[in-house]
Design a protein. Structure first.
Length: 256
């Protein structure tokens, strides 16, 4: 190889190496910018989630006070409360603020105290509004293996939905259905009865979770139950009421 050819080859290698270094540097810059953008989006999503939850809590508290007030004035406040609750739903739907299930802890615990705590949390959010909560005694002594905090979170969201859909003095029943496949906690109310189609579950593995018609927190409740191998299913009849089915598989039920 002549000295000219060798010099040309070396120059070409230097050029290629320089381009590779530049490309690597720009790739690292882009990766860092992407990570920063993802972090900002996560923070923004969390902020929207917190805002939606705060608005929902205010709306539910106003709903309870409006129903206690009653009469024409109470009906007016109730309408405003439901508009506030719809606003919270709109934030969730428009921005897709659906929290993913976190890493779960595997704990063994009785359902009774968790259910009682969940009912109390829903009662506090409703303020002075009255609902009659009837708990199946079978659930008191049932023992499951799950993440207690996550299961409580799912229950609170479902119970708040039931409180929101019912009126002053209505009954909300919480009972258990046991099958060889597992246990299902059924929350049944005699409220407004939202459309069944809007509350039907999206298939497992679907690319986009169906949130249309799901009030704040039900998508999260479903994600938490699915992380346990379970499911959340809703069914309703307008003017009759609704039922929520929170199921856990047999391997989550402790027997003996």
């Amino acid at each position: 190889m002549s000295s000219g050819s060798l010099l040309f080859s070396l120059s070409l290698l230097v050029l290629v190496a320089g381009l590779a270094v530049t490309a690597l540097f720009r790739l690292r810059q882009l990766t860092a910018r992407l990570a920063a953008a993802e972090a900002r989006a996560t923070r923004g999503g969390r902020a929207l989630d917190l805002m939606a939850r705060e608005v929902h809590g205010l709306g539910l508290g106003l709903l309870g006070r409006a129903q206690v007030l009653g009469g024409e004035a109470g009906a007016g406040f109730e309408a405003e409360a439901r508009r506030i609750l719809s606003l919270a739903d709109a934030v969730v739907e428009a921005h897709g603020v659906v929290s993913a299930a976190r890493a779960l802890r595997d704990e063994r615990f009785a359902l009774g105290p968790v259910l009682a705590d969940s009912v109390e949390a829903a009662r506090r959010q409703l303020g002075p509004g009255l609902r009659h909560w009837r708990l199946d005694p079978v659930l008191e002594s049932m023992v499951v293996r799950a993440d207690a905090r996550a299961l409580r979170g799912a229950l609170v969201q479902v119970l708040c939905r039931a409180a929101r859909a019912t009126c002053e003095g209505d009954f909300i029943d919480i009972r258990a259905v046991q099958t060889p496949q597992g246990v299902t906690i059924v929350v049944e109310d005699e409220g407004l009865g939202l459309a069944v189609d809007d509350l039907s579950p999206a298939p497992h593995g679907s690319e986009e979770p169906r949130t249309r018609g799901l009030v704040l927190g039900l998508s999260l409740a479903r994600a938490l139950l699915r992380a346990h191998g379970g499911e959340l299913v809703m069914e309703a009849a307008p003017g009759v009421g609704a039922r929520a089915f929170l199921s856990l598989p047999a391997n989550r039920v402790v027997t003996g």
